[in-house]
Design a protein around this ligand. Structure first.
Ligand SMILES: Cc1cc2nc3c(=O)[nH]c(=O)nc-3n(C[C@H](O)[C@H](O)[C@H](O)COP(=O)(O)O)c2cc1C
Length: 174
């Protein structure tokens, strides 16, 4: 018999790995998409690739599968409200939001800590999620803004942005 897999213990263990929080956006036909994700990660420097995964149950998944391009907005520490807003399925996520959209990009959210504009590169099966890989076409970093952190099912801000005396860039690409 298969051992019982404790999903809630699994989630708890995963919560020990802090992530940032992003809102990935796209425009598909007449629809503007926006979903909060913590599954964003770097994948490759050459070519410059990033990844994120979307739940198969997400209402907007069929549209994401048609997206030719997307924009990843890395949220700042004061943007937990935007994380909440873009995680609420079947609501008007964009109501009252003034944001910039350039042709071929998803909307850019004002106040983000970094923004990556991507061309769709690949999609892979990933159990109950689909794994999207994007090729970064352009990006912006707002170094004076601090990233929002998500860990143990809660938001946090980095207490100390100084990180000892480490200076950027690091010697290795991590
Ligand atoms: C902090 C946080 C991180 C999340 N990360 C992901 C993620 O990586 N992938 C995902 O599919 N959903 C994630 N979600 C849930 C989605 O944001 C939520 O299901 C979303 O509303 C789906 O959009 P839709 O149903 O409107 O298409 C996250 C939610 C929060 C609050």
């Amino acid at each position: 018999m298969e051992p019982v897999f404790d999903v809630s213990a699994f989630r708890q263990a995963l919560g020990q790995f802090p992530t940032g929080v992003c809102v990935v956006t796209s425009v598909v036909g007449t629809e503007t998409l926006g979903v909060t994700i913590s599954s964003f990660n770097s994948l490759s420097l050459d070519p410059p690739l990033v990844l994120f995964s979307i739940d198969r149950r997400a209402a907007s998944l069929p549209l994401w599968q048609q997206a030719a391009a997307y924009t990843i907005n890395v949220l700042s520490e004061n943007q937990a409200d935007l994380s909440g807003r873009f995680s609420r399925s079947l609501t008007d996520k964009w109501e009252g939001i003034a944001c910039e959209t350039r042709a071929g990009h998803g909307p850019t959210l004002p106040g983000a800590a970094a923004v990556f504009h991507c061309a769709h590169w690949a999609v892979h099966q990933g159990g109950d999620h689909l794994l999207f890989i994007g090729k970064v076409i352009s990006f912006r970093t707002f170094r004076d803004r601090h990233p929002l952190v998500f860990s143990k099912g809660r938001y946090a801000a980095l207490e100390n942005e100084g990180f000892a005396d480490q200076s950027w860039p690091l010697a290795s690409h991590y």
